[in-house]
Write a protein that binds this ligand. Structure first.
Ligand SMILES: CC(C)(COP(=O)(O)OP(=O)(O)OC[C@H]1O[C@@H](n2cnc3c(N)ncnc32)[C@H](O)[C@@H]1OP(=O)(O)O)[C@@H](O)C(=O)NCCC(=O)NCCS
Length: 217
């Protein structure tokens, strides 16, 4: 695809990124979406990393974006290290499935390595990420509670190969997404966008399956 540029998000992009996020996520994981509210709120959260908030432009139109927060891994001795977690990541529906998310992921990973980060962990649909170096958390001994439960959707990417050394790690995500628990605030924020029909889509059932399952063997 021609005329693509990746650059850092600026304040002038905020609304366009929120609109894009709303379009991309609408009805995918539930009827409607909260991710545009998450985007709006995370920019003022202390864990947000503005140096890794990128937009993808085609002919001057923002058609994709990626945003990161800090997250942490803690071993059984309580040793803690700062890592990354991206999301939301989205591509405009009219350009999806053409490989554009790869550009955003690879570009931001390169910058993240320059900043000294060596691990990124996300919750997500494995199909979107296994071709980008992500593996099951089980293979890297990462879980939420050091309890041997390895959620299917918890995916680990070593930005520097070998960064994780087989130790048991507890994944501690940022609290940035907690804002979405305030459903009234999210709905009020959404009300300022054009009306859009909420509907069921099969991807919601797919999301239910991978977000309620674990890798056991
Ligand atoms: C998920 C999303 C970011 C992926 O971006 P994209 O540019 O459309 O995806 P890509 O074309 O780079 O494909 C990513 C992977 O999805 C899979 N994929 C591609 N086309 C697919 C299709 N038609 N059906 C199922 N999976 C497909 C492939 O595994 C592909 O990896 P590969 O290139 O190694 O084969 C984008 O579809 C999107 O914005 N979706 C809505 C929001 C969302 O779910 N964001 C992610 C959660 S934070």
């Amino acid at each position: 695809m021609k005329n693509l540029t990746i650059r850092l998000e600026t304040e002038k992009d905020y609304r366009a990124v929120e609109e894009l996020t709303r379009e991309a996520f609408w009805n995918v994981y539930k009827p409607g979406a909260d991710e545009h509210y998450f985007v709006h709120m995370m920019r003022s959260h202390p864990d947000f990393i503005p140096e890794l908030a990128f937009v993808l432009e085609k002919d001057g139109e923002i058609i994709g974006n990626i945003m990161y927060t800090k997250a942490w891994l803690e071993d059984e001795q309580g040793e803690r290290r700062e890592i990354l977690s991206f999301g939301p990541l989205c591509v405009s529906p009219k350009y999806q499935r053409t490989g554009l998310s790869r550009l955003l992921i690879e570009h931001s990973f390169e910058k993240a390595r320059e900043m000294g980060y060596d691990v990124n962990i996300n919750l997500g649909n494995p199909a979107n990420y296994v071709g980008r170096g992500f593996v099951s958390c089980k293979k890297k001994n990462v879980s939420f509670m050091l309890d041997g439960n390895f959620p299917t959707a918890l995916l680990v990417c070593e930005l520097v190969p070998g960064a994780l050394d087989g130790r048991k790690w507890m994944y501690i995500p940022s609290t940035a997404a907690d804002c979405c628990e305030d459903t009234a605030a999210a709905a009020a924020f959404d009300a300022a966008f054009p009306a859009k029909e909420k509907a069921w889509m099969p991807s919601q059932e797919e999301f239910y399956i991978y977000s309620h399952s674990s890798v056991v063997r």
